[in-house]
Design a protein around this ligand. Sequence first.
Ligand code: MN
Length: 207
Amino acid sequence: MVHYELPKLSYHYGDLEPFIDEKTMQIHHQIHHQSYVDGLNDSLLKIGAASHPKYISSILSDLKSVPEEMRIYVDFFGGGFENHKFFWDVLIPDGGDAPGGKLADSIEVYFDTFENFKKIFSDTATSIQGSGWCWLVFNHTFHKVEIISTPNQTSPWTMQKTPLLALDMWEHAYYLKYQNQKLDYVHEWWNVINWDFVENRFAEVSG
Ligand code: MN
């Protein structure tokens, strides 16, 4: 069985200021993400470790392989673990601007302009009722990029879609700094996106 650990960040908690504040980053990583790590390890132990040696994204892609009574826990804690790990990866101090390369081309094909893409993504994110995530994903079936939202900690992997960009819309991701001003949080978040990472990931998964 894979034993999961809290991943280290490649930047300091305060490095995303003023867009994402240090205290939020610290609590989000050390407390919230840690709780998903622990919940995932506990859930996998209950399932029977030896039969699930695969990495969590593979397990999420095939949730039916998990005993039915444990699926909601693997969906929640496994998604929570992997979603946050990915979320940290798409953030970077002094990020922002816009993507280039093949990803920029694909965004123009499906969303006309980058500005329009940002608008649809932001609208999708702020329309989420309750806790959830907003995503740019790669849909392998139709070989295209898509904007989707998922409830709670559900991962796009459970729909066989590959995450390219993630935005955590749980209150714990923004409430300390932005309170109920979700729109401001989303608006500022565009300043800390690691587009090089997102572009490379798109190039990798789209072949
Ligand atoms: Mn979160």
